[in-house]
Design a protein around this ligand. Structure first.
Ligand code: 3HC
Length: 319
């Protein structure tokens, strides 16, 4: 047991490192709450990547042509890879991967609200790539400078892939917006449905965000939820205009003084309702993940049995 005085000295040195932008590595001393905050955020992030495969996986067999199918397939596989890096990053903090996944399946752990909305048409693949991956990049590029080394490094590759995802989504929207009247309507309808939920991805407004202050002091987060949301709006509005689509917000207006757009009220009741598990697809998403785990049990057992056999053979040879 360390004395209180020792702990405050360790905390002082820890914060000094953070303030000098020196990365914290797995074996370094860190306050319990820093560790807990990271496990919470990184595991939620991992769950979001994995649950995020479902709305898009739904369209792989229905993509309009072989090129679109191959690209979507690659994208969904990337998300699986992101989930794996992130679960590994939680393990560097001492978390148990199986426990994290069980928490997701029991409803204890959160994942991004956005993945509880249905993907109804092919244009939704465009809107998801453009807006959802767009919002993910906006949030994750600053995470490449997060104070925890393994998380920051994982984010570098993730962000490169996310920017390809954003491009593929925008390119789908460009093609639809330049297509027939029906195709353009389909793109507009997808934008109408995904716009507000995408802005909700950044989390509650700053005044209701219980973790932001501490996470910014620890340089886990580099920007507040509202700052990132504003950046997203400012970047996305001209992109919509460029392809002739309309952002579904009657209050959207350029504000010269702040050098950004003013935008309408976000429906935070809807957000919290989805976060609490009552969104249109929450139940379906978790049921699907649970079934995937059950159906994959034999693969894990077989892989473990094979690994045991190889180990035994190696030992026999060595003796
Ligand atoms: N969906 C669900 N829950 C959310 C949420 C959202 N969009 N935004 C916030 N919350 C939850 C928080 O997890 C927290 O709950 P908890 O205390 O039970 O953990 C609560 O609401 C209060 O929010 P805070 O703002 O205080 O929480 P944070 O400081 O952690 O900020 C965050 C929230 C900005 C999402 C931050 O955790 C973060 O940057 N996370 C890493 C990135 C991430 O997880 N992105 C998810 C999308 S990944 C993705 O989209 C995949 C891609 O392939 C498209």
């Amino acid at each position: 047991m360390k004395k209180e005085q020792d702990i405050s000295e360790l905390e002082r040195k820890f914060q000094e490192k953070i303030d000098q932008d020196i990365k914290i590595e797995p074996k370094d001393w860190m306050p319990d709450n820093y560790r807990k905050t990271l496990i919470r955020q990184i595991s939620q992030h991992a769950h979001s990547e994995v649950v995020g495969m479902l709305p898009e996986g739904n369209w792989i067999t229905r993509a309009p042509n072989l090129r679109r199918k191959a690209v979507l397939l690659a994208k969904v596989q990337d998300e699986a890879g992101h989930g794996l890096y992130l679960y590994s990053a939680t393990e560097t903090l001492g978390a148990d991967r199986e426990d994290c996944i069980d928490d997701l399946h029991s409803g204890k752990a959160k994942y991004s609200s956005i993945f509880n909305y249905p993907t109804l048409t092919w244009a939704d693949m465009g809107a998801v790539g453009w807006l959802v991956d767009g919002a993910a990049i906006m949030n994750q590029v600053p995470l490449c400078r997060c104070s925890y080394g393994p998380y920051a490094r994982a984010m570098v590759k993730v962000c490169k892939e996310e920017s390809f995802h954003q491009r593929q989504g925008y390119e789908i929207m460009m093609a639809l917006a330049a297509g027939s009247v029906e195709q353009k309507e389909m793109a507009q309808d997808a934008l109408n449905r995904f716009w507000w939920p995408s802005l909700m991805m950044f989390g509650p407004p700053d005044e209701d965000s219980k973790h932001t202050k501490q996470s910014m002091d620890w340089r886990i987060k580099r920007h507040s939820n509202d700052e990132l949301r504003q950046m997203m709006v400012d970047i996305t509005v001209p992109q919509a205009e460029a392809i002739g689509l309309t952002i579904p917000d009657a209050d959207l207006k350029w504000n010269e003084e702040k050098g950004g757009y003013d935008y309408g009220e976000i429906d935070w009741d809807e957000f919290w309702n989805v976060v609490k598990g009552n969104g249109p697809c929450n139940k379906d998403r978790i049921d699907t993940r649970r079934k995937a785990k059950e159906n994959g049990a034999w693969v894990r057992e077989a892989a473990n049995a094979h690994a045991e056999k190889r180990k035994a053979r190696k030992l026999r040879r060595a003796s």
